[in-house]
Design a protein. Sequence first.
Length: 283
Amino acid sequence: AAAVLAGTKLREDDASRVLSWESGGVNSLLVDDRAGVQVVGSTAIDALHIIMNRTTYESERGDTTASAAAAAAIVDAKTRRGALLLVTAHRRENLGAPLRSICDAVLALVARYPNLVVAFPVHLAPAVQAVVRTKLTCLQAKAGAHRAESPRSPLGCDRIHLLPPLDHATLLRTMANSRLVLSDSGGLQEEAPALGVPLLVLRERTERVEGLHVGAAKLIGTQPESILREASLLLDSYGAESGCYAEMAKVRYPYGDGTAAHAIVAALLARKSELIALKTASG
């Protein structure tokens, strides 16, 4: 049997043994008989459940610096009795002006919410590093410089934690401790709904529409005004029994419930049994 992603072209005789990772992709599969497609969910959600169910945790890469930096951001938010905002941005279409706009929105949010702490794992791509660190790093006054001559840091920049890239487990645990996620990541669009953390998608379009359809994510683009408006609506409604935050923060599984691996193995074994039976019958 073949486990495939939506959009993969298959031979006609493969139609009876296709495993698709999400239901929306079934209509995109170039097969003649969609009745032969079995939806199993994404194995990423299986991994999420395994990681989040661990009673002890160590960085998967042994990178204690990165995991310690993420933990410091979580502690900072708790110490301030505030909220943690997780931000990621790295997609090619968001480089340049869109990424600068995202950073402007982050600065506007920390200026508006004095107890908001930001965890921003910065992608290693030079085009990302240059923009994010230039826009969001607190400026240091030169020794002996007159105050009026010293560079002025953005308001609230001391609450922005620019983190090294995080391993998967550290990223999931940071997201689970966040009140809100701003991201252009495809993977986070699958994982945030399973953690019950509202996600604002920093893209103009996305192929992962299931999260949008169930109300766990919202596509908002990269304009600072849009990011500030949508994030504020969620942050301001936090704690209310009803409202946009309560609605988006429900745990949902649009990309699978964590049983994809078992379903794939069961389908493979079933197909194997069918092939053995056919071979036996044919002599």
